[in-house]
Design a binder for this molecule. Structure first.
Ligand SMILES: [Fe+2]
Length: 272
């Protein structure tokens, strides 16, 4: 683990320039990572979008990965000069648009580990998700479902069964602040209360006009006495991905309100 126990690790964001709907240019990348660093984020696994169906066509996959490789290397070089203390790696956010996505290419996975960040198409829960997750797991990969709280048709029973099938759940910071509407905020809260979210991440799209929502999420969880959960969700568990280790259990966040002073103290300490 990092020497600094408050160094945050972000496992979901779009900071490879010009390859998806995230950062458009190196300037966007540098400005974004500077902002993230100011918020205490020290390690970043960036996750450009990729359609899983591409993995079934070796030629098209290689072309796409070549494009991402090239843009990623430019970002790595620029960040190495401007922000050398930031650990910048990559994976992909893989859309499960076919049931038999092939994850054998290490560049598809988070920092080349056995973890894969996945999402379902059209922000809906399609039929057959359990079989897909079980298959991914049986092939030796560890699926992390991106922003489960954002899916139409999601409920606690589905989330419970995804976890039972061996998937981990990653909630977006912005969901806790209503960035994706009331239903996503409510469901994110339900996951956190039960200790069913394994990771929090920014899903930051690398544009100056976008918010990170890190501070807002921390305020909400901190005010509910969720400090221990925050450390697990933002530091320990995403840090364990880099070590190719499964997440530790996250304590459920109680519903009672804590003290503002306590929250401010934690935020101050965390950003120091
Ligand atoms: Fe994303």
């Amino acid at each position: 683990m990092d020497q600094d126990p408050t160094a945050l690790v972000d496992i979901h964001n779009h900071l490879v320039p010009g390859v998806d709907d995230g950062a458009r240019s190196l300037e966007d990348v540098l400005a974004s990572v500077e902002r993230m660093a100011r918020e205490g984020i020290r390690k970043i696994i960036t996750t450009p979008h990729l359609d899983g169906s591409l993995t079934l066509d070796a030629g098209r996959l290689e072309r796409r990965l070549g494009e991402v490789d090239e843009a990623f290397e430019l970002a790595v070089r620029a960040l190495g000069e401007r922000l050398p203390h930031i650990d910048f790696r990559r994976g992909h956010e893989v859309m499960l648009d076919v049931p038999d996505v092939d994850f054998s290419e290490p560049r598809l996975r988070l920092a080349g580990t056995s973890f894969v960040l996945v999402e379902w198409p059209h922000l809906r829960v399609p039929p057959g998700t359990l079989q897909v997750l079980r298959r991914v797991r049986s092939e030796g990969y560890r699926p992390v479902v991106a922003h489960p709280e954002r899916y139409m048709g999601i409920d606690l029973e589905i989330a419970r069964r995804w976890r039972e099938a061996g998937a981990y759940l990653q909630v977006n910071y912005g969901s806790l602040d209503g960035r994706y509407g009331g239903d996503a905020r409510t469901f994110a809260g339900q996951l956190l209360r039960r200790g069913w979210a394994d990771y929090l991440a920014s899903d930051f799209h690398g544009r100056p006009e976008r918010k990170l929502y890190r501070a807002e999420a921390w305020e909400r969880i901190g005010s509910l006495d969720g400090e221990e959960a925050l450390a697990r969700l933002c530091v320990t568990n995403p840090g364990r991905i880099l070590l190719d280790q499964e997440p530790l259990p996250v304590p459920g966040i109680p519903q009672k309100r804590g003290l503002w002073a306590k929250v401010k103290g934690i935020l101050k300490q965390e950003s120091a």
